[in-house]
Design a protein around this ligand. Structure first.
Ligand code: AMP
Length: 215
């Protein structure tokens, strides 16, 4: 089962991914998580990506494609994968098509998650992330607060507001989304596997996706 989740930052791709992971037993591949891990480790990729990320801009396609080419061939992807936050530009989508061709794979669902912009801004500014790079659990001060304020339920580490979740960075990320990522809806919309769903409740989104891929 090979699934792409499209949608602006804060559309709920991570939450829907978690449900899909449980449902299908396939990994969630989040380029954002991979890059944050690389920044934390101080690797070459991390050094290259850091400035783009904290400014709310996209990391160059070449860097992303190199990461994804390797990741999609990892053993845990044998039964499929959920792509969360990738592709993010038309060149990435075109190169992903080539890569899937080479690997003999096809897409089962390309899901666009629709959310009104005011809800996105509210969701993102109230988001807190676990500072432990091995955990990275996500909370929301409004809809999913931790049991103890400022502390991760899963590992006990401190919760932080990400650099790219300040209001200024969020506005830049939304601008970047409209310019570079939104055109992907048009790119995929003529394919049979494409679907667009309102993303207010992740469980309903899961139902819609499961219904479609079972057809
Ligand atoms: P995310 O957690 O998916 O919102 O990603 C956080 C940041 O990582 C983005 O604002 C970008 O700077 C970078 N990033 C993540 N995925 C990609 C991608 N596919 N292409 C370019 N930059 C990316």
């Amino acid at each position: 089962m090979n699934i792409i989740l499209l949608g602006p930052p804060g559309a709920g791709k991570g939450t829907v991914s978690e449900l899909l992971v449980k449902e299908y037993g396939i990994p969630q591949i989040s380029t954002g998580d991979i890059l944050r891990g690389a920044v934390k480790q101080g690797s070459e990729v991390g050094k290259e990506a850091e400035a783009y990320m904290s400014a709310g801009k996209l990391v160059p396609d070449k860097v992303i494609m190199k990461i994804m080419e390797k990741r999609l061939q990892d053993e845990d992807c044998e039964k499929g994968f959920i792509l969360d936050g990738f592709p993010r530009t038309i060149p990435q989508a075109e190169q992903l098509d080539d890569l899937l061709d080479r690997l003999g794979l096809t897409l089962d669902a390309v899901v666009n998650l629709e959310v009104p912009e005011d809800i996105i801004v509210r969701r993102l500014t109230s988001r807190r992330t676990c500072s432990n790079s091995d955990c990275q659990a996500i909370y929301n001060m409004i809809s999913k607060p931790p049991k103890k304020e400022g502390v991760c339920d899963k590992c006990g580490s401190t919760l932080i507001q990400r650099d790219d979740e300040t209001e200024e960075a969020i506005n830049e990320r939304l601008r970047t989304y409209h310019e570079q990522t939104e055109p992907l809806i048009q790119f995929y919309s003529s394919r049979d596997c494409f679907m667009s769903v309102p993303s207010l409740d992740a469980k309903i989104v899961l139902k819609e996706i499961s219904g479609r891929v079972a057809e």
